[in-house]
Design a protein around this ligand. Structure first.
Ligand code: ATP
Ligand code: MG
Length: 188
């Protein structure tokens, strides 16, 4: 903040980094179908539903990346050639550790495992850093939920056809986050 002749001039800090991650991004139909699980589940477990327009399935989370490295990030993702596949989300699960409820597919198709792996390898080749975890596809539905070890009731299966994956930028973390699609990468 500068103070020139009594006038407060806010100098916007130049943003040098973007908070980014790769994800599967539902089409309108799949988005509406997955979102329809939120009402009945939150009646049961409480918590706060993620806005429908934010629902996604993370592939690789990078976090802060320097703006000048974003072009390189696109090049890395363009090296990934994955096949199209379908996910059928069949169950809602509670994760007590982080108090979230998420939707999970009954079967993880090999194309998805391969997609996550080849994307990670491409990112490593291009010297991007991220946490390597065992990949468990899921769509977070509710936060701050309270539930036990009892299984959640079965939900109407949701079919979601993956034609591409996306690079998302996360804006305004903590106070009404929203995601911007920076780029799409088609699957064969
Ligand atoms: P908020 O943090 O404001 O509650 P959010 O978690 O949806 O919102 P981000 O923190 O930007 O938004 O995270 C974007 C996505 O990446 C989410 O799916 C989140 O679960 C996932 N994510 C965030 N941090 C990590 C991490 N360290 N490792 C793996 N995935 C992460
Ligand atoms: Mg977060």
């Amino acid at each position: 903040m500068l103070n020139i002749k009594g006038t407060k001039v806010v100098v916007a800090e130049v943003k040098k980094q973007a908070r980014v991650f790769f994800a599967l991004w539902p089409d309108l139909h799949a988005r509406a179908a997955i979102s329809s699980w939120q009402g009945p589940l939150s009646n049961l477990v409480g918590g706060r539903g993620l806005p429908a327009e934010n629902l996604h399935n993370t592939l690789v989370f990078l976090g802060a990346v320097a703006i000048e490295r974003l072009e390189n990030l696109l090049l890395a993702a363009q090296e990934v050639s994955g096949g199209k596949f379908q996910l059928v989300y069949t169950m809602a699960r509670y994760w007590g550790h982080s108090q979230i409820v998420y939707a999970a597919p009954g079967i993880v198709p090999p194309q998805l495992t391969q997609l996550a792996q080849t994307l990670e390898h491409a990112l490593l080749r291009h010297h991007f850093a991220f946490e390597r975890r065992i990949y468990k596809p899921h769509v977070t539905l509710l936060r701050h939920a309270k539930w036990s070890d009892t299984p959640l009731p079965p939900m109407e299966p949701v079919k979601w056809k993956m034609q591409d994956f996306v690079l998302l930028q996360s804006h305004g973390e903590g106070q009404g986050v929203h995601y911007e699609v920076l780029a799409r990468f088609p699957l064969r």
